[in-house]
Design a protein around this ligand. Structure first.
Ligand code: 5RP
Length: 260
């Protein structure tokens, strides 16, 4: 079955598998959203089933909650956990400071709340997610449906004085209808091209009434685990200033690759 995985999926898988090694018995773990985070959830599910790992997971979306339950992870709410030992999540972009763009899957609000409530955040990603400057990937912002067009206009006006290349915002769609987040909100994707000052932009966007949260994660991520299609894995720790590399073998198990 692994032979059918594309190099990008193999890269996501090995990043997730390596990051799962950071999860220890008794931890409360934030579970990210997206295709890379789904590998992580599957890896943790296998560790629960095969090694008796005891963890409680706080999912960042309904789809992650469903998968976590399916693979046997005990799911609790953030309010039950209050604080987490570790959150592991994917990203759409990361730079050398481990600043992130997230929200490609529309779960940025819960992802940011959960990651911020964690002692540590680890991002898992394939190498294509690394960028010199954030902004090629459209920056998602979550906005409330009430007056969203007015909010969009305010956002575009605000971007005029920001250090960005593009200023166009588009409403994310789900087919013919607007995409709805788990919190019942909409997503505006900001086509910025290049973000000069991500910290400033993140603060300014959140001042606009109608904007609930933006997909810039600044000073939240501690480590990134980067996977490659040939099984290589690189782990960078921004606090320790360390970089380590190793290689993972693909081991097929029914659990991990079931239904993929
Ligand atoms: C979801 C996210 C995801 O982490 C991000 O979109 C990366 O997804 P994938 O692992 O599928 O590439 O932020 O809101």
């Amino acid at each position: 079955m692994t032979g059918e995985l594309s190099p990008i999926d193999k890269a996501k898988f090995v990043a997730a598998k390596r990051a799962a090694d950071f999860v220890e018995d008794g931890m409360r773990v934030g579970l990210g959203t997206g295709s890379t985070a789904a590998w992580l959830v599957r890896c943790l599910g296998e560790m629960v089933e095969q090694d008796g790992l005891k963890i409680r997971g706080v999912p960042t979306s309904t789809r992650t909650a469903e998968l976590a339950r399916e693979v046997g992870i005990e799911v609790i709410s953030l309010d039950e956990a209050r604080w987490l030992d570790l959150t592991i999540d994917g990203a759409d972009e990361f730079d050398a400071n481990l600043s992130l763009v997230k929200g490609g899957g529309g779960a940025l609000l819960q992802e940011k709340i959960v990651a911020t409530a964690s002692d540590q955040m680890i991002v898992i990603a394939d190498a294509a997610k690394e960028v010199e400057h954030l902004g090629s990937f459209p920056l998602p912002i979550e906005v409330i449906p009430f007056g969203w067009q007015t909010t969009q206009a305010l956002v575009e006006e605000t971007l005029v004085s920001m250090d960005v290349m593009g200023r166009q915002a588009s409403l994310r769609m789900n087919g013919e209808i607007p995409f709805i987040t788990d919190e019942g909100n909409h997503i505006l994707d900001l086509h910025l091209g290049r973000i000069g000052n991500a910290r400033q932009l993140a603060m300014v966007l959140n001042q606009i009434p109608g904007v609930v949260e933006n997909g810039l994660f600044i000073d939240i991520c501690d480590k990134v685990v980067i996977g490659y299609g040939d099984g290589r894995v690189e782990t960078r720790d921004i606090n320790e200033g360390t970089v380590s590399e190793d290689r993972l073998d693909f081991v097929e198990t029914d659990n991990l690759f079931r239904d993929i």
